[in-house]
Design a protein around this ligand. Structure first.
Ligand SMILES: Nc1ncnc2c1ncn2[C@@H]1O[C@H](COP(=O)(O)OP(=O)(O)OP(=O)(O)O)[C@@H](O)[C@H]1O
Ligand SMILES: [Mg+2]
Length: 228
């Protein structure tokens, strides 16, 4: 298996008043070149799981390997670098910076990594064009429709050509047709060296994936896997 991300004995618990064990001994490897969907009831731990994959949160115990390199969850500087270089993240709410235009939102993510403004603008314009949104480049997020904003959020997530794309209910706040458009864009990003994982509550979109996973009792179960 051409694995890109592996998890070993991952546990995650939260302790507020009472200890809540959300992830219980997850062992799983994700292959490059594939798209995975993650389903499961609200509160089952999908976001918690994706936040560990993106190193935004750390597990209570267990290990995460990206490209066979063991992640040290205490090394924030290094993990910020790994995230900026390798991982594109898309949330349900697009999280665009409200005071910046669509183009600025996208190219600033490129500039932050490369330091090359001209090239980042060029790349951002190209991606925005591929998303069919050239005419919206100079719109502020409040001047974009939900679907347009989400496509700009995807553009921002991919400007640094990440090997991994993680999407947490990327169409959760969109109507069905707009959601279909956004998934079309997401699926076009599939390539043989890239891994895409998205959480969704929508059965139709979940079934499009090469491999459908379900979060059950704090663990990941493979529902079906297609070879393609
Ligand atoms: N920071 C936190 N502190 C305490 N409990 C938390 C924290 N984050 C999440 N939880 C709890 O962990 C459980 C899993 O939450 P998570 O957000 O991962 O679920 P989810 O599967 O993404 O749900 P949804 O489909 O509603 O997005 C929930 O019971 C939630 O209340
Ligand atoms: Mg969630």
């Amino acid at each position: 298996m051409n694995r890109l991300i592996s998890l070993k004995k991952i546990f995650k618990s939260f302790s507020n008043n009472k200890k809540l064990i959300v992830l219980k001994n997850i062992n799983y490897s994700f292959a490059k070149g594939k798209i995975y969907s993650l389903v499961g009831p609200s509160g089952s731990g999908k976001s918690t799981f994706l936040n560990i994959l993106s190193m935004i949160d750390k597990p209570t115990s267990g290990s995460l390997l990206i490209n066979d390199t063991l992640i040290d969850f205490n090394n924030n500087n290094e993990n910020d670098k790994v995230r900026a270089n390798k991982i594109g993240i898309i949330y349900q709410q697009n999280n665009l910076l409200p005071d910046f235009t669509a183009l600025e939102n996208v190219y600033l993510a490129g500039l932050a990594l490369s330091g090359d403004k001209d090239n980042s603008i060029k790349k951002a314009k190209k991606i925005i064009k591929e998303m069919g949104l050239s005419l919206r480049e100079h719109h502020y997020p409040s001047e974009l429709s939900g679907g347009e904003a989400q496509r700009i959020a995807i553009a921002r997530a991919i400007i640094n050509e990440p090997e991994v794309i993680l999407a947490d209910e990327p169409t959760g706040s969109l109507d069905r047709n707009t959601a279909k458009e956004v998934f079309k864009v997401l699926y076009k990003l599939k390539n043989k060296s890239r891994l895409i994982i998205y959480a969704t509550h929508n059965r139709f979109f979940a079934n499009m994936a090469d491999c459908k996973l379900e979060m059950i009792d704090g663990n990941i179960k493979t529902i079906n896997a297609r070879n393609k």
